[in-house]
Ligand binder design. Structure first.
Ligand code: BG6
Length: 491
């Protein structure tokens, strides 16, 4: 059990959706599990003119429902009320420097770790940081946590990073990518770097291709206006999918130290093969859902969702064929795919190994790629690792059939699995940067996706429609076929 340092956690944007759905529920669970120091305090900041009591009622009404568990949290439960006792509320205009003096009065004499969590629009990051500096509360023991999206392209991310860097040093800046907080993503590191089995095979000589899918059944969920200006490439690929790709492709770091891990990730991002004009057409697919049915329920198309422009060309689906130009991976396709309103909610990584060079036994499906060994790392909804191979069917003759060696984590371990935000917030409180994104990583990721952003903005060919509840546009299957591969649903 790690020791819990005392802290003051200041949450900007404390009445917003993210605070209610993720941050306060995660802090509550950490409190319930006795992972927060008893003296740890939470200062919630927003411009709404609430009293503390009003705000606590608001939190009980809006955040308690998002605490995951078998039974809903009862706001009269003493554990919940003891959590609320940690919270103070401060109404202030985030733009105006004067209000920050009140925050300074609450913080200046603090000797404990300070976390400033900016759960606001990134447009406010520069002002908030400047105001923290002008009221001198950017103290040495302070850390600032930044939520994505950090900008909408390389230039705007530079501007935000420069503004924050004027106030905080890089080792005080915690850029959150909640995918890195997922237990299963860390398990991927354990799989690779705590076992000797995989390393000799983890390279171009043995691996035919890698597929990374994050599929959602949800649509834009009341975030239409934000999403329409963002799209799946910025919302999911530039950050979550590229971080997963780094976890699969990086070289073993020299240690688990934050910078050692991040050095290796940035090398992968910098080795991504830039898109050529031909790749932009043939190795990238963007789609947008039209009405259909998900889980038997009819759902509207993207253009019918509230807040979406009538002729919007924003992509809700992306499939890419990427490559990494280094000795380990040259020529190995990395297929990335994400989309909203797809057939299932799933996040998985499939490593497909090269087929055997010569079959001496009759093969069940003929000598095709579908016969290859596959390592399937399922991140959600359930966590598992499966190794698909061929085994002899019992009985006469020598008939081989596919079987899976299956490791289901929920059966292997009975400990509670922490949610991504809980893990990351505790890391920010403890000052552990390993699972946060460094500036150079983030900028390398923007640099790689930018030609695609630009191409899609300026290119007249429209987004490809796909029916809600499907696996995306047919162009995504065609992209795979051109590379001699298939998505799992097509197998
Ligand atoms: C967020 C995106 O970063 O990740 C959302 O902004 C998306 O659009 C979400 O729905 C997916 O996260 P998870 O953990 O539910 O897979």
């Amino acid at each position: 059990m790690q020791t819990q340092p005392p802290f003051v956690f200041t949450l900007f944007g404390a009445t917003g959706d993210l605070s209610m759905r993720k941050i306060l529920p995660a802090l509550f669970v950490a409190h319930r599990e006795a992972k927060l120091h008893p003296d740890g305090r939470i200062i919630c900041v927003s411009k709404q003119a609430f009293t503390r009591d009003d705000y606590l009622d608001w939190v009980s009404q809006n955040a308690a429902q998002f605490v995951k568990g078998t039974t809903p949290v009862d706001p009269d439960d003493p554990v919940w009320t003891s959590f609320l006792a940690r919270i103070d509320y401060l109404a202030l205009d985030l733009i105006e420097p004067t209000g920050y003096l009140r925050l300074a009065e609450m913080l200046l004499d603090c000797k404990v770790g300070l976390v400033f969590y900016l759960a606001t629009s990134p447009l406010l990051f520069e002002r908030i940081c400047a105001n923290l500096a002008s009221s001198t509360i950017n103290l040495a023991q302070a850390r600032v946590v930044l939520e994505k999206p950090l900008g909408h392209d390389l230039l705007s991310s530079h501007a935000i990073n420069d503004a924050v860097a004027r106030v905080f040093s890089e080792d005080q800046i915690y850029r959150i990518d909640h995918y890195l907080g997922k237990e299963s993503v860390q398990n991927l590191m354990a799989l690779r770097f705590a076992n000797s089995l995989f390393e000799p095979l983890w390279r171009r000589e043995s691996i035919a291709h890698v597929q990374l899918t994050i599929a959602e059944q949800l649509g834009v969920e009341g975030r239409g206006e934000f999403y329409d200006g963002t799209g799946a490439l910025r919302d999911m690929v530039q950050n979550h999918l590229l971080q997963l790709l780094c976890m699969v492709a990086m070289e073993p770091p020299i240690s688990f130290d934050a910078n050692a891990v991040r050095d290796e990730k940035v090398r992968v991002l910098r080795s991504l093969k830039p898109f050529t004009a031909e790749d932009l057409e043939l190795r990238a697919v963007r789609g947008q859902y039209v009405s259909g049915a998900v889980n038997g329920q009819s759902v509207p198309g993207y253009l019918q969702e509230p807040g979406i422009g009538a002729k919007s060309q924003t992509e809700t689906f992306v499939a890419l064929h990427a490559e990494i130009n280094n000795w380990r991976w040259a020529g190995v396709p990395f297929f990335l795919r994400t989309g909203k309103r797809l057939a299932q909610r799933t996040a998985e990584i499939i490593i497909t190994f090269k087929p055997i060079p010569h079959a001496i036994l009759p093969m069940p499906f003929g000598p095709s790629g579908a016969m290859s060994n596959r390592l399937v790392i399922r991140l959600q909804p359930d966590e598992s690792i499966q190794l698909h191979c061929l085994a002899k069917q019992p009985g006469d003759g020598m008939i081989v059939q596919p079987v899976a060696l299956d490791l289901a984590f929920d059966q292997a371990f009975d400990q509670r699995r922490a949610e991504a935000y809980e893990r990351l917030l505790l890391d920010a409180i403890r000052g552990n940067l390993s699972l946060f994104v460094r500036r150079d990583e983030q900028e390398a990721a923007w640099k790689w996706v930018e030609p695609l952003l630009h191409h899609w903005q300026t290119n007249a060919s429209p987004v490809k429609p796909y029916m809600a509840g499907s696996w995306g546009p047919t162009a995504s299957f065609a992209m795979m076929a051109r590379a001699g591969a298939q998505w799992p649903e097509d197998r």
